[in-house]
Design a binder for this molecule. Structure first.
Ligand SMILES: C[S@@+](CC[C@H](N)C(=O)[O-])C[C@H]1O[C@@H](n2cnc3c(N)ncnc32)[C@H](O)[C@@H]1O
Length: 208
């Protein structure tokens, strides 16, 4: 999907999306546990943590509640406006994960929570190279996505804009090619609101 299409899709539903998902982590203890592990791994560095594709900022706020210096980035100006309104104490910026306005090795961690799903598969190597560029050595990445069997991504009719389910091994291979080493992977069966199993990959940029 092109960035203008993703931006327009999420601008149109931002308020509805925020109302539907603002409290979703309350019902997802497994997801919270993995985010807590990510927080424990990155907290020590004191370096900023970016929530890329942050939407209305509820997961950014959760990271902040775990003691992380978290900020959010999203393509959608409407999402960023809602995030700023809901969390006036946190920093949110309009931008794209394909070209981050950040210096090299700036971040201690990156969270990409159901946001890389909208990128065309062919664009992901460049995005993961960007993740590697902005992460400090020893920094971690946590990714959430809808998963599938097989060895190729599957497009699905996401309600906002086209998205892809990924076999974890295939996504992990792209991340490895970008220089990020897998630390853990998790598959969770669909929760009440989900149509598909959920997957997480936790990765680390090797220390220099
Ligand atoms: C499914 S929503 C997830 C939002 C939030 N992370 C959550 O878990 O509720 C996907 C979000 O990713 C954002 N997004 C998609 N592509 C992006 C890109 N290239 N750069 C930044 N944000 C992007 C969309 O605007 C949207 O807010």
């Amino acid at each position: 999907m092109t960035e203008p299409a993703i931006r327009a899709g999420y601008d149109a539903v931002a308020a509805l999306y925020a109302d539907m998902f603002r409290d979703i982590l309350d019902d997802l203890p497994v997801d919270r546990a993995l985010i807590a592990a990510f927080a424990e791994l990155v907290r020590g560095s004191g370096a900023p943590v970016a929530d890329l594709g942050c939407g209305p900022g509820h997961v950014t706020a959760h990271l902040a509640s775990l003691g992380l210096p978290a900020f959010g980035v999203d393509l959608s100006p409407e999402m960023i406006a809602l995030a700023r309104k809901d969390h006036p104490d946190l920093r949110f910026a309009e931008g794209t994960m394909t070209a981050l306005d950040l210096p090299d090795a700036e971040l201690g961690g990156i969270l990409a929570w159901y946001s890389v799903i909208h990128l065309d598969p062919g664009d992901l190597p460049a995005v993961f190279a960007e993740f590697h560029r902005v992460l400090a050595p020893g920094g971690h990445v946590l990714i959430a996505f809808q998963t599938c069997d097989g060895d190729a991504p599957l497009a699905f009719d996401h309600k906002v804009v086209r998205a892809y389910r990924w076999p974890p091994g295939r996504l992990s291979a792209l991340l490895r090619d970008a220089g990020l080493t897998e630390v853990a992977r998790l598959i969770r069966e669909p929760a009440e609101h989900d149509r598909f199993p959920a997957a997480n990959l936790l990765l680390r940029k090797p220390a220099a």
